[in-house]
Design a binder for this molecule. Sequence first.
Ligand code: AMP
Ligand code: MG
Length: 416
Amino acid sequence: MELELVTIGTELLLGFTLDTNGAEIGRALAAQGIRLTRRTSVPDRADDIREAVGAALRRTGAVLTTGGLGPTHDDVTKQTVAGLFGTPVVFDEALWQALLERYARYRRTPTANNRSQAEIPQGAVVLPNRWGSAPGLWLEGAAGLAIMLPGVPGEMRNLLHHEVLPRLSERTRAAVGVIRSGTIRTTGIAESALAERLGDIEARLAPLTLAYLPGVTSVDLRVTAWHLPAAEAEARVSEALGLLEAGAGEFAYGRGDTDLAAVLLAEARRRGCRIGVAESCTGGLVGGRITAVPGSSDVFVGGIIAYADEIKREVLGVGAATIGAHGAVSEPVAVEMAHGAAARLGADVTVAVTGIAGPDGGTAEKPVGLVCFGFHVRGHQDSMQRVLFGDREEIRARASQFALFEVYRRLRSLPD
Ligand code: AMP
Ligand code: MG
């Protein structure tokens, strides 16, 4: 079955409200094997709603809307959709009584405009809303099928799961299958390089489809099986994830929404390592990522934010001569920071980060985005540097991710 979605609300277009309903409905329908073919957002204006819902009905024959079902004058969805079906809006006495009971239960008195919430397009099925006052509506006619849900995310979600999906799945039961997706997370490699590395993997994954989803710190690979029986879809997705993981090799660090810091902690725990950090330009972000993971305390000992040179010297023991000769943003300083952190914190694995996050402070030979990393892993020290791109926030996020990833790599390659 195919369906279009129209999310209604001027606030969605002004950008004040994120269209989370759209994302949530897309996921829920896919899980049921219903393909959402188009998603449109329109303001609370009858003309715009009429045009969007009318076009969806002509194209696809079935449309789901959210928003514009409230009692105020900017809520015009049901009148407009009723118009498209050539049906009047009528007052529904049973619905009004149910609303009055709800008000009585919460000891509230309905206002005059609440009566409009008991008005429905003639012939529509009322989808009872136990979580709020605007019911959902299911309207079928010569124009097709229109399902109207309120915009409030919690009410939309409950109506979707309790009233809409069961009705839709009754229709699609005869039709084929489900839509299932799986994700591999990669980091430390650009989308284009990853695609080159994976080569013609799409041909091997077919009929499953592959999407590259680049974020600030990761490129996720999402594979999707369309319209297959559930067991087959799951088996194929799992096989595809194995292929992608093998293809991405050392750059793959987990599945689903796995966090790199959690993967690093698990590896350190397995090897009995205690981790510490020394941070300059990331100002605690690396330690923050690690301590955001529940249970990190058995592995993470702590960190030192060494922003000023004197803290690098006095707290971490970086040599004044090293700073003088190479500058604070340099690999030799990063290594001494990592070494100092290991000594001060009693950690056997440390990472140090020192860089130029910008927007100012760059030079020709040390540009904004230059970040140096020092590592101390069970007495063995080394360093790396990268020029990371983006604004200050992105550079700091990328530097933190890079630090975590490189520590993880070093831990993984330790002998057992
Ligand atoms: P409405 O049913 O149009 O009166 O919407 C009520 C509230 O739900 C709005 O004030 C928004 O905060 C929220 N809302 C409406 N549409 C969406 C949407 N597509 N995604 C997330 N929140 C929404
Ligand atoms: Mg609204």
